[in-house]
Ligand binder design. Structure first.
Ligand code: PMV
Length: 343
């Protein structure tokens, strides 16, 4: 019996311009761009054992060393989508051993880091050599079919996804490392994640993307995403922190406004989310320091700021913002350099 093992650490990412709405099989309705994170990541080891019957997928998942049956259906669905790319999927029994660096119930989505870590293991088996040019592109393409935004986790720094005239190399099929000029202020940006709601998501992102079909503001939203992306790239080049913050905060609030105005509608902020946002705005007014926020499809707040103001911001988090967090919890993250081979 052949018993093969692959291991990858893959990071999460935080979108600055949000992907919200898709067509076909995970084709984004608008382009997005994110910072790859450093500390929030998933380690996945994949064991392949040849099996005699080649009729169906055979998958076993262990999370932190314990069987996690709830993950199997989602991974089977993922395998179904990628079997044209990876003809070997029915030939093996797959044991997936996975561990997240962030707590399971923290409200931090593990889909981007988890799907990309698994995709990297599968791409390595398919191509053999992870140093090949097209290795990360294949891993990103596979990740996209697992969970759209996961395709941006395959590279460090800023990564875009989706066709747009302002990033000619961009593609709907996979993420692309951003190669435009970026001011050094953004190379080492911080993301402190305030954990406000640790519960299960009220609306899955699949359901959320679905709500953009027939949404009364859909077309306007998609054109705003293009406009925001173009403006954001200029702020990244010029080191215009104020312009950057204005676009990123508007994107976050627009994402929530879309959910509040869909049918059915959802309110994913908690009172603490609103209190934190108001505190950030007062802090900025009082100190003049560049502290901004973004949100995912949930109640947690991501604080974005340059390295130079880290100590002042962390003092503010400790003395003030952490009182709005569940059990005072927050995660200190920063822009990271992409996946690592664990072999
Ligand atoms: O990749 P999904 O299907 O989990 O969607 C992610 C959507 C947002 O996190 C809200 C935005 C984004 O671009 O990451």
């Amino acid at each position: 019996m052949e018993n093969l093992k692959y291991g990858w650490r893959s990071p999460s990412n935080i979108a600055l311009i949000k992907y919200w709405g898709k067509t076909g099989v995970q084709i984004p309705a608008n382009p997005s761009i994110s910072f790859t994170l450093s500390e929030s990541h998933t380690d996945t080891f994949l064991y392949l054992e040849e099996k005699s019957s080649k009729d169906e997928f055979s998958i076993e998942v262990l999370l932190d060393g314990r069987p996690e049956h709830a993950f199997v259906p989602k991974i089977k669905e993922f395998f179904g989508r990628i079997q044209n790319d990876l003809p070997f999927l029915k030939e093996y029994h797959f044991r997936i051993e996975t561990h997240n660096s962030f707590p399971h119930s923290s409200g931090i989505a593990s889909s981007a880091s988890g799907m990309s870590a698994l995709a990297l293991c599968l791409a390595e088996h398919q191509l053999g050599d992870p140093d090949q040019d097209d290795f990360l592109r294949l891993a990103s393409h596979l990740s996209r079919l697992g969970s759209g935004s996961a395709c941006r986790s395959l590279y460090g720094g800023l990564v875009s996804w989706g066709r747009t005239p302002v990033i000619p190399s961009g593609s709907d099929d996979h993420g692309t490392p951003y190669s435009g000029k970026v001011h050094p202020l953004f190379w080492d940006f911080r993301d402190t994640v305030l954990l406000i709601d640790k519960g299960v998501k009220r609306v899955s992102s699949t359901a959320g993307h679905g709500l953009m079909h027939g949404h009364p503001f859909a077309e306007n939203r998609f054109s705003f995403a293009h406009e925001h992306l173009e403006k954001l790239l200029k702020t990244l080049e010029n080191g215009d922190l104020e312009g950057f913050g204005a676009i990123v905060e508007r994107e976050a609030l627009m994402l929530h406004a879309l959910m509040m105005s869909s049918s059915p509608y959802f309110l994913l902020m908690r009172p603490e989310t609103v209190a934190v946002i108001e505190n950030i705005w007062s802090f900025r007014k009082d100190t003049g320091l560049p502290l901004y926020f973004t949100l995912d499809a949930g109640a947690n707040v991501h604080l974005l700021y340059p390295e130079g103001v880290e100590q002042t911001v962390l003092d503010f988090v400790k003395t003030s913002l952490s009182t709005y967090c569940k059990e005072g919890a927050y995660i200190c993250d920063r822009v990271g350099s992409g996946p690592i081979n664990l072999k």
